[in-house]
Design a protein around this ligand. Structure first.
Ligand code: ADP
Ligand code: MG
Length: 697
């Protein structure tokens, strides 16, 4: 049986097989239900009319009442265009058409009052509007409030008259049939306490807003619902897991106390202590731990990991630490080896370059239980790597591994799951973490070890370059070293390489006689190593480079980072680059160079960098500017199901929806109470939809 909402869209009056097939193909709309969920992505404010004199270049779209005073065809061939002079009592603007010139020309009538709507652009001293919407002034237009919904559509659909207005017409036919059948998906008590409008009203108002206030309420209700069901799913997963998987109780602390007393090389920060406590509580709880540690670069995650390993080893279990690259695995191994030796623990390193002999030895010691801590790359995941009993598995830089790899570590023991701790230095805003890792518990190390001086960041324009060079000379005279970074991207490789080389030459001239190195991705590996080694040894004072220095370089004496064309970098990249300095005890600086004219987003990025060193704050702004689309792992987590809600802008709604979902699940884990019936029904509808999808794709 198919219900109303599963009815094929082609059966709707006014659609038919041809348009129906096009809607399937172009917009993935197959059913009445999917059509109703094709929400407008913005609204045009048709409540305001501008006078021509009031128009400003930053206005996205304006609506003007005026009359055409003259019409002219200008230019030849591809530059040919139709230009109409359009005037009101305050001035004159131009309306232009590049296509359909003859057809439009026939329809333009001089002297009658018209409403023109479109995006104004300033050419010289006069505004122009290309391909405006034009209609006769009727009494209706200024009877606001009147929001025009704008829908996503495609060229092919437009050709069949399914432009934004065409889609709106379809919905105008569908909504009256559907309205009373739209089921309420949230309990009435929740709707009351959160002041949510009903689902029916929300759907009606999102497509045909009756006032700005009602539109806001509709949008809030639908976003809340999207977040609510996403969070509900994640929280249920978590609940199911903690119920199903009992964890081994790891509570021994003798080794840890010994380490604290005798070997701890520094005082832990408050944040480190707090996170260790959170983990310790998990380890001895009897439930299996799945926890994420977030901490900016240099916040000291490694020592936290090590301390937790000690608890596991002390309780009689083996442990492992997995890193995404050999370099990182090596670093961990070299860094932790002195500690394990002091404590009389056995540690080993397993990577792709381990020899057969080394591997065999490791396999043996793992099986017998004599090896306490195995560090390595994803070589750890291979089936031949068998532990006697793995108590705690730690993954460094989680974002480079997938969910599947995490699951493989889970399955390392035959009869129980190890505790799992994942660590990431990619600051993820809280709202996104709640969604990406909604099934994990989260700990945050939000404090850097004492004694580090905050990097001072400034923004300078290209015209200030001489002053900047003067500053660099002073720092170099004090014995410091400097990075100067240029953007280099695939799309503009040639011109970027040229500006890098030009920059290098002018720097050589400006700092004549000073040893200067250069580093970019197009160089041979041996040359790169050579240049890098010279800089590390302090033989070169300035390193002119591209973003290749982003990863893995550690030169504590380098205390100044200059970033050229800083407006072309993304925020998180700027933050990563800046993290290359500030590693020693000297005051470090980051100088962002840019041209004078900047777009709004570029300016926000640079201002954010100057304002804060906090990776989380930066990630928040980044998310707001870019949206979550290109952050890793978004696909697997259901974010793609979000139609209206936006993780960047709607974080506040997410937090409320998660709290509501949590409260309801805590009181009624099986969703069997009558008042939660609407939720249970919607969950099964969503599940059914998902099944349909997996069959199709
Ligand atoms: P990350 O969080 O980026 O992995 P690391 O664990 O590599 O950071 O730590 C960065 C540096 O800070 C290391 O040299 C480490 O020894 C040092 N460190 C860590 N915690 C402290 C602390 N509480 N006080 C001083 N130095 C610390
Ligand atoms: Mg680290």
């Amino acid at each position: 049986m198919t219900g109303f909402f599963e009815t094929k869209i082609e059966y709707l009056k006014g659609v038919g097989p041809q348009k129906g097939a096009l809607l399937n193909k172009e917009l993935d709309i197959f059913t009445f239900g999917e059509m109703l969920q094709h929400y407008p992505f913005r609204y045009e404010d048709r409540t305001k009319f501008y006078k021509i004199r009031e128009i400003k270049p930053e206005l996205q779209q304006v609506q003007v009442i005026g009359r055409i005073i003259s019409v002219q065809v200008i230019g030849e061939g591809r530059k040919k265009r139709l230009v109409a002079q359009f005037a009101d009592e305050t001035g004159i603007m131009e309306l232009t058409w590049f296509k359909g010139i003859q057809w439009v020309n026939k329809k333009l009538v001089k002297g009658v009052a018209l409403v023109a709507f479109g995006k104004p652009q300033l050419f010289g001293s006069r505004f122009s509007m290309a391909h405006p919407e034009l209609e006769p002034l009727t009494g209706k237009q200024d009877k606001g409030p009147y929001f025009q919904p704008v829908y996503h559509t495609t060229e092919k659909l437009r050709a069949k008259f399914l432009d934004s207005r065409g889609i709106s017409r379809i919905l105008a036919g569908l909504l009256p049939l559907a309205f009373s059948k739209i089921p309420e998906t949230l309990p009435s008590r929740l709707c009351e306490s959160m002041q949510l409008v009903s689902k029916q009203v929300a759907i009606q108002e999102i497509h045909f807003p009756s006032s700005p206030g009602n539109l806001r309420k509709a949008s809030y209700r639908l976003k809340f619902e999207e977040f609510f069901f996403l969070q509900l799913r994640l929280l249920k997963l978590k609940l199911a897991r903690t119920e199903k998987f009992r964890g081994k109780v790891l509570g021994q602390t003798q080794l840890l106390t010994q380490f604290y007393k005798e070997h701890l090389p520094f005082e832990l920060t408050g944040a480190q202590k707090r996170v260790i406590k959170e983990i310790y509580a998990d380890l001895k709880s009897g439930l299996q731990m799945n926890r994420l540690i977030q901490g900016d670069v240099g916040s000291g995650k490694t020592i936290v990991a090590f301390i937790c390993l000690l608890v596991a080893v002390d309780s009689g279990y083996q442990t492992c630490l997995m890193a995404p690259t050999e370099i990182l695995a090596n670093q961990h191994y070299e860094g932790l080896k002195p500690f394990t030796e002091q404590m009389g623990l056995k540690i080993a390193l397993l990577t792709g370059s381990s020899t057969k002999k080394q591997r065999e030895a490791i396999h043996k010691e793992l099986a017998s239980g004599t090896l306490h801590l195995l560090i390595g790359t994803h070589a750890l995941l291979e089936d031949v790597v068998v532990f006697q009993q793995l108590g705690l598995a730690i993954i460094d830089e989680q974002h480079r591994f997938g969910v599947a790899q995490r699951a493989k570590l889970w399955a390392k023991n035959k009869d129980f799951y190890p505790h799992v701790l994942v660590m990431t230095a990619t600051p993820i805003p809280r709202t996104l973490a709640m969604t990406l890792y909604g099934d994990l518990d989260i700990s945050v190390i939000d404090e850097l070890p004492a004694g580090r001086k905050a990097i001072q960041t400034v923004h300078r324009y290209d015209k200030d370059r001489l002053k900047v060079f003067g500053f660099l000379k002073k720092e170099i005279a004090k014995g410091r070293q400097v990075y100067i970074v240029y953007p280099l991207i695939e799309e503009s490789l040639k011109s970027d390489l040229k500006s890098l080389m030009d920059g290098y030459e002018s720097i050589c001239r400006a700092f004549n006689g000073l040893p200067i190195g250069i580093l970019h991705g197009n160089m041979k590996a041996a040359d790169k190593d050579f240049e890098m080694a010279r800089f590390v040894k302090g033989e070169t004072k300035i390193m002119v480079a591209t973003t290749v220095i982003e990863v893995g370089v550690n030169v504590p004496n380098a205390s100044v980072m200059v970033i050229e064309n800083a407006e072309r970098f993304g925020l998180s990249q700027l933050h990563q680059l800046r993290g290359r300095v500030g590693r020693g005890s000297d005051q470090s600086y980051c100088i962002l160079m840019s041209k004078y004219e900047l777009g709004k987003d570029s300016r926000t990025r640079l201002e954010t960098m100057v304002r804060t060193n906090n990776g989380f704050e930066i990630a928040d702004v980044d998310l707001r500017l870019r949206g979550p689309g290109d952050l890793s792992g978004t696909q697997q987590s259901g974010i793609m199901d979000l139609k209206l809600a936006d993780l960047g802008r709607d974080g506040g709604i997410l937090v409320q929806a998660r709290a509501a979902a949590k409260a309801i699940l805590e009181a009624d884990p099986g969703l069997i109470q009558p008042e939660n019936r609407p939720i249970a029904d919607q969950v099964s509808r969503l599940r059914k939809n998902e099944l349909n999808w997996s069959r199709i794709s």
